[in-house]
Ligand binder design. Structure first.
Ligand code: SF4
Length: 327
């Protein structure tokens, strides 16, 4: 609350990005009083069973109720729906849900392949046909809802010809302070070995921005390899995402492999080829989602796993257990 109040006093527009889990009436009321302008609430699907399955906890119904309470408080609402192979065919239902919730803005966010998503990529990467159908549906909705709801949706990385300007360029626009007080150039930068992230407890934000080695590591163009170094787009996309370069090509200083000019682009093409050769997402989703939820929200792998579902859970479907709350 203190952060929100201080930000408002400084004249800032305050946006809270949240899963919504743990947002009690009291907390929401306090946030509204403190002056939160906008809340971005994440959803995992348009349908409860499917959303709860991928989230590993029963949260969908609670999130929808929270969306209503946010609107009642007069706080601007963005719904962020995370899409992938297993749910992209329900894009029309997602659009309808966002409209029903009275969202001011809908963000269709394709899974980015870091961490557990990379481990499960073969089950999450949509086919080209799925992507094309979804973009058509979004375009139609944009026209129909003009002036009522803004819809943000971009072509997922693996299907784009060039990478996006990750974080608007490393150390160019953004600074993220993690719960330990470390300042990072992006939320995922911690995966890159060898970087030291300085603490706001020991240095001023100005010092970190100007002097911290982590912020200077990939700032500007000096670090760039070919083909980025001689490319006309280097000031547009800054060579793409450093974390993706590390995770796919094994070196954070390489050209992002999603770029068609990257010497490592074959890695992405091979992943796309694999995605195209698998069954369509909707068919897999029907199988995946038919597994019963465990009665415990923290024990999340459906068990026992009957017949055809067995092939889609361990070891093929790597599933992270939610951390247990011990307090
Ligand atoms: S070569 Fe580098 S700068 Fe050029 S488009 Fe690809 S990622 Fe961007």
């Amino acid at each position: 609350m203190q952060l929100v109040e201080a930000a408002r006093q400084a004249g800032l527009y305050v946006n809270l990005i949240t899963s919504g889990v743990g947002m009690t009436d009291e907390r929401l009321a306090a946030l509204a009083t403190a002056g939160v302008d906008h809340i971005q609430l994440s959803l995992q699907d348009a349908r409860a069973l499917e959303a709860d399955w991928i989230a590993g906890t029963r949260a969908h119904v609670l999130k929808l109720a929270l969306a209503g309470r946010i609107r009642e408080k007069g706080i601007a609402l963005t719904l962020n729906i995370v899409v992938h192979r297993q749910n992209l065919d329900r894009i029309d239902e997602m659009l309808a849900l966002a409209e029903e919730c009275g969202a001011d803005r809908l963000e269709i966010a394709h899974v980015q392949y870091y961490g557990w998503a990379l481990a499960n990529r073969q089950h999450l990467l949509p086919t080209r046909a799925q992507v094309d159908r979804s973009l058509t549906a979004v375009e139609a909705a944009r026209e129909r809802l003009i002036g009522r709801m803004q819809i943000d949706c971009v072509t997922p990385d693996y299907y784009a010809r060039f990478p996006k300007a990750c974080m608007g360029g490393w150390g160019q626009k953004s600074m993220l302070i993690d719960p330990e007080g470390r300042a990072l150039p992006c939320h995922a930068a911690g995966v890159i070995p060898g970087l030291q992230f300085d603490s706001v407890g020991e240095h001023s934000l100005r010092w970190i921005w100007e002097k911290s080695g982590a912020f200077q590591k990939f700032r500007g163009e000096e670090w760039m390899p070919e083909p980025c170094r001689g490319c006309q787009r280097r000031e547009v996309d800054f060579g793409g995402c450093r974390c993706q370069a590390l995770l796919l090509a094994g070196d954070p200083a390489k050209t992002d492999p999603v770029c068609k000019l990257s010497p490592d682009h074959g890695i992405v093409l091979a992943a796309l080829d694999e995605a195209g050769n698998l069954a369509e997402g909707s068919a897999q989703a029907a199988v995946l989602m038919s597994a019963p939820m465990s009665s415990s929200a923290t024990s999340t792998v459906p068990s026992p796993v009957p017949g055809p579902i067995a092939g889609l859970v361990r070891p093929d479907w790597l599933y992270r257990q939610n951390p247990r709350v011990t307090r």
